[in-house]
Design a protein around this ligand. Sequence first.
Ligand code: XIL
Length: 374
Amino acid sequence: MSKITRREWLALASASSAFGLSACATTNGTATETQPLHTLAAEKGMRFGSAMGAGQLNDARYMEIMLRECSTMVAENAFKWYSIYPEADVVNFDPADRLFAFAGENGLTMRGHTLLWHRQEYSPQWVNDLEFTSASETADFVEEKIARIVDRYAPGIYAWDVVNEAIDDQTGMFRESSLSAKMGEQLIDHAFHVAKAHAPNARLVYNDFMSWEATSTAHRAGVLRFLERLKSRGVPIDGLGIQSHSNYEMPDEFTTGKQSEWIAFCDEVAGMGLEMYITEFDVNDTQLKPDIAYRDALISTYTREYFDLMLSYPQVKEVLAWGMVDDQNWLQGFLPRADDVLKRPTLYDKDYKAKTVRTALAEAFKAASYRQPI
Ligand code: XIL
């Protein structure tokens, strides 16, 4: 890549039209379009950032957006076991190292995602095939895998998604795996204790995709009971990552007045003394009519309402988008539209131009109250 540091970017930034920005006064007279999202977030004690992959290091326009908008970042896949430990006898830290170096060289802080994605579909097949003879044998295996990753990057990572998606979204029950066969839920406790021992100063997070949607009722309840169990066993957990791959049920518009169950969920999480983090925001427009203006209007309204609610919790310390440019977002392939029209899940379009949804998020940051930063 042609590497561009934040300082170099700032020197270029006066030519902001090159990045698809135009100064546009908002209702309170401040041009949110010309203020980076990380600045707007920091004014309220929060971080803003995005996921990215090592491939995007070669995309100069993507890098410009990352460096201009973000104070933090997370590797989209590079820290996962399937990337680092793809086969029993293969260890590959290369993409993770490159992303970690990029963050360090450019003054971005970095989250670690994820030390244990407790879900068979996203666990390497060789791990799924393991048969352990005892809990302690499993514990040693898990400890070695997690510690190796944490030790390589600590103290450069301020927050770890220690465990990802351990609760079945259909049943609300703890998922089973080759790793839980002998340990049960102690597997999760162990992962957090190992992370704590190796990264004593990092935020330790449970991350999942429970949401405000009606189909998420069992998932929300399951996650709450799970968090309660962790807390009651003294597991060193600091907070809940709320992924926010939002809007599977669109066009059921989000209005905070209809979200009593979601508010009750967030209240319970906060009541447990946990912080909250928006870790993977994007908007799933699978169900929406293809008209771009129509979709953008709905997505922007939704985004403003969602963040007005979420940022009203002082426990919410950061917001990360799951990628910054529409055509590079994972939902294009994961949940493609039936009509093959390009989805619009992120803040920037495929031509790297800021969209109205970016303004919606910027204005939600503007409207938020200050909280103690992490
Ligand atoms: C996704 C990535 O975006 C894809 O590239 C990959 O193929 C699968 O994983 N929840 C998570 C993320 O915690 O790690 C997932 O990322 C999206 C859902």
